[in-house]
Design a protein around this ligand. Sequence first.
Ligand SMILES: Nc1ncnc2c1ncn2[C@@H]1O[C@H](COP(=O)(O)OP(=O)(O)O)[C@@H](O)[C@H]1O
Ligand SMILES: N[C@@H](CCC(=O)OP(=O)(O)O)C(=O)O
Length: 369
Amino acid sequence: MSHPNWKRVVIKVGSALISPNQQGCSSHYLLSIAQFIVRCRANGTQVVLVSSGSVAAGAHLFPEQEKSDIAVKKAMAAAGQTEMIATWDRLFDFPSAQMLLTHADLRDRERYVSIRETIFSLLDNNILPIVNENDTVTTDKLKVGDNDNLSAMVASAAEADALIICSDIDGLYDKNPHEHDDAQLLKSVNTIDQSIYDMAGGAVKGGVGTGGMRTKIEAAEKAVSHGIDTYIINGFTELSFNMLLAGENPGTHFKPHAKPMQENVHWMRHTSNAQGEVIVEGDFDASLAGDAEQLTSSEIIDVKGEFSVGDTILVRKEDGTKLVKAKSNYSSCLLNFIANQENEEFAHEFEEKTGPIISDQHIANLEKE
Ligand SMILES: Nc1ncnc2c1ncn2[C@@H]1O[C@H](COP(=O)(O)OP(=O)(O)O)[C@@H](O)[C@H]1O
Ligand SMILES: N[C@@H](CCC(=O)OP(=O)(O)O)C(=O)O
């Protein structure tokens, strides 16, 4: 797959490239990335930038002993974000726009659709969207937590052809090269399975990166299932970008699926997360789950968690096997009521009137997990 064929790319830039010394931002490594973005745009390829670095850039403004405090980290992100955006903006002679997102935004279908519209509108007007997680408002429950996964969610939302993850290393090695001298670089990965995850270690301890290789593989898995060519490349060297522009692979290439998931199924599977669980009997046939009407209250053994109409739920068996993720048309309260009805005829009539328990519009089959 050569670069000139890409209509739209998402490029993710890690903290080490933006704030190599944690003393504010440096344009040192950003110049060749900016040049790449300019050349993509000149070739007619739309670009979305996902940029880390706010925490690293803001770190020098706070006392050393307070930096591990969560509230201080959020303040570091708030202070570093303006400098990070200003640094990027100075490198371009076209306008850029800041988009700060959380997982709570992306997993809500209405907000997700709104985010997509904003990205497309910015791109249609030749404005470069610069995306980061909105670290100042997130909690564990609300955040994506790393910009690798965020970039894959953004690439899917933007319907990108390629996701380029710029790291501080040449790509994915068969083991962490910082710990093993004989580690070998993988040039291409056709299938992401457990053996690929087993190769990945975390980020360097005490470094500025967040997820290490594991989150990059998670991102690649999300992106390739949406048909997106994914690369992990070394963002420190200009050669990586020249190679990409020449249609060559400078790092590790993850091959996209030949039959990508539909947009709404992909969102349900990889972006939305379940607010509750419905435990069903062992003989419930998930392969028929596209026919949503076939899940009835008589199959339900238990309802876990609190969810509202429209929330995503996980349907699973008692032994833990995950069957489907779907939008619930019932609240947990109502589902509990109907599932615990002894009078089956009443339950049947109630469901006939109220409609199917799970939506056949928003459903992802997880049977292979
Ligand atoms: N199998 C592996 N191949 C390459 N890098 C690995 C591997 N396992 C762990 N790593 C670590 O992941 C780091 C890159 O991730 P991270 O520090 O989060 O960077 P970034 O800021 O680019 O997201 C590498 O520098 C390396 O220390
Ligand atoms: N949102 C955070 C970045 C988190 C993150 O994933 O960092 P990195 O591993 O360097 O891409 C920030 O701006 O500091």
